[in-house]
Design a protein around this ligand. Structure first.
Ligand code: UDP
Length: 368
C-alpha cells in the first residue's frame, strides 16, 4: 500500500512526524506492506521553519519538493494543485494523507479527490466558526472533500456530525500532537540546552508566539499584544515567525524592552521553553494545546479557539488582541489546582491512523 503524505508548514511537519514514525514501525514488522511518499509543498521553506523539523524529528526526506511559497493564498493553492496533480497521477497512491488547515491541506484534498484517490484528513473537525480565518475555510473544505475524517477530540467529532459528516467516514483517533508531546517531550528534557543558552530561569519567564494573520496583519492588534506583554514583570521570550518579523518592520513598531526576540526554534527547544515557562501567551493552535499537555497556563490572544477544552478546563484564557485584558491576565491568571481530564486521546493516535488506513484499504480491495 502506498500513502502519499502532503505537508508544507511547520505544524504539519510535527504532526506528520508522528504518523511517519508509526508507518516505519509497521513497515519494520511487515516488510514491503506499506510505503510512504512525502511531498513537501514548500509553503514554509526557511531552515528554521522546515529543515530543522526533518532533522530533529527523524522525518524521512521529502521525495518531492514543490518549492511553492511566498505568494498569495490563491497563487499558492492553485500552483500546488497543479503540481500535486502531476505527482499523484504518476504515483497513484492508495491514500493521500493531509494535515490540519493550511493551503497545502486544501490543495492536497482538491488534487486527490478529483483523481478519485481516497483522502484522509488528520485533525479533521476543528472549527473556530470564524470564516474570516483562512485556516477555517481550508478546514471546512478539506473535511468535505475527504473520505476519512480522523478527529482528535469529542468536540471535533461533534462538529462534523453537525455538518452532516458522520458514520464510517469519521474516526476519532486522538490528537497526533499529544503523541508528539509525549514522545519528543522526554527527548527535549534531555537534549535541549535552550534555557541556559538564553540565560533564563526556570518558571521565571513568559513564552510568547504570534503569527495568525488577524494579529500580524493588523497594526492595531499587533501593537495591543505587544503593549499587553510590555507590562510583564518577567522577561518575555518571543520566537518570532517570519511573517511577524516582517510586519514589525513594515509597521515600524518598536519592541518593548522586556521582550527578547529570538529566531524560530526547533521543536525540542520549543517544548523545553514551554515546559519551563511560567505562562504562555500565544495565538497558535498547537502551542495552546502544548501548554495544556505540559500543564502550563496559557493566555490566547484571540477571540475564539478551536481547542475549547483547554478553556473549559481552566488552563487557557481568551483575551483577544486587547492590551488591557492581556495585562490583567498576566497578573491574575493562575493554573487551576485540579488536574483535568485528558481530552486528546492516549498518545497512540499515530498507530491508530496507520491501522485504519491499512484496514480500509484492504476492505476496499476485497469489495472491488
Ligand atoms: N513551534 C516550534 N518552534 C517555534 C514556534 C512553534 O517548534 O519557534 C512549534 C510548536 O511547538 C507547535 C507548532 O510549532 O508544535 C505550532 O505551529 P504554529 O504555531 O506555526 O501553527 P498552528 O499550531 O497555529 O497551526
Amino acid at each position: 500500500m502506498l500513502v502519499a503524505t502532503i505537508i508544507g508548514a511547520r505544524p504539519q511537519f510535527i504532526k506528520a512526524a508522528v504518523v511517519s514514525r508509526a508507518i516505519a514501525v509497521y513497515s519494520g514488522q511487515h516488510p514491503s506492506a506499506l510505503r510512504e511518499v512525502i511531498i513537501h509543498t514548500g509553503q514554509h521553506f526557511d531552515a528554521n521553519m522546515s529543515d530543522v523539523f526533518f532533522d530533529e524529528l527523524d522525518i524521512p526526506r521529502p521525495d518531492h519538493h514543490l518549492g511553492i511559497g511566498g505568494g498569495s493564498h490563491g497563487q499558492n493553492t492553485g500552483r500546488m494543485i497543479e503540481a500535486l496533480e502531476a505527482i499523484l497521477i504518476q504515483q497513484r497512491p492508495n491514500w493521500v494523507l493531509i494535515y490540519g488547515d493550511t493551503d497545502s491541506t486544501l490543495a492536497g484534498a482538491l488534487a486527490a479527490v478529483k483523481l478519485h484517490i481516497p483522502v484522509a484528513h488528520v485533525e479533521a473537525g476543528l472549527r473556530s466558526f470564524n470564516r474570516r480565518m483562512p485556516e477555517e475555510i481550508n478546514r471546512v473544505l478539506a473535511d468535505h472533500a475527504s473520505d476519512l475524517l480522523l478527529t482528535p477530540t469529542d468536540t471535533a467529532t461533534r462538529n462534523l456530525v453537525g455538518e452532516g459528516l458522520s458514520g464510517d467516514k469519521v474516526l476519532q483517533v486522538g490528537d497526533v500532537m499529544y503523541d508528539a508531546a509525549l514522545y519528543y517531550g522526554q527527548r527535549a528534557q534531555k537534549t535541549s540546552r535552550i534555557i541556559g543558552q538564553l540565560e533564563l530561569q526556570e518558571h521565571r519567564f513568559i513564552l510568547a508566539t504570534i503569527h495568525r494573520a488577524e494579529n500580524t496583519d493588523d497594526r492595531n492588534h499587533l501593537g495591543e499584544i505587544l503593549s499587553g506583554l510590555s507590562t510583564s514583570t518577567l522577561p518575555v521570550v518571543l520566537p518570532i515567525h517570519p511573517r511577524t518579523r516582517k510586519r514589525l518592520t513594515d509597521f515600524g513598531i518598536a519592541l518593548p524592552e522586556n521582550i527578547k526576540l529570538i529566531d524560530p526554534v526547533g521543536y525540542l527547544d520549543m517544548v523545553r521553553l514551554e515546559c519551563s515557562a511560567a505562562l504562555i501567551v500565544t495565538d497558535s493552535g498547537g502551542v495552546q494545546k502544548e501548554a495544556f499537555f505540559h500543564r502550563v497556563p496559557c493566555v490566547t490572544v484571540r477571540n475564539e479557539t478551536e481547542w475549547v477544552e483547554t478553556v473549559a478546563s481552566g488552563w487557557n484564557r481568551l483575551t483577544g488582541a486587547n492590551g488591557q485584558r492581556i495585562a490583567k491576565a498576566l497578573v491574575d491568571f493562575a493554573a487551576p489546582t485540579e488536574v483535568s481530564h485528558n481530552f486528546y486521546g492516549h498518545g497512540d493516535a499515530g498507530g491508530s491512523i496507520v491501522r485504519c488506513l491499512i484496514e480500509r484499504n484492504r476492505a476496499g480491495q476485497s469489495a472491488s
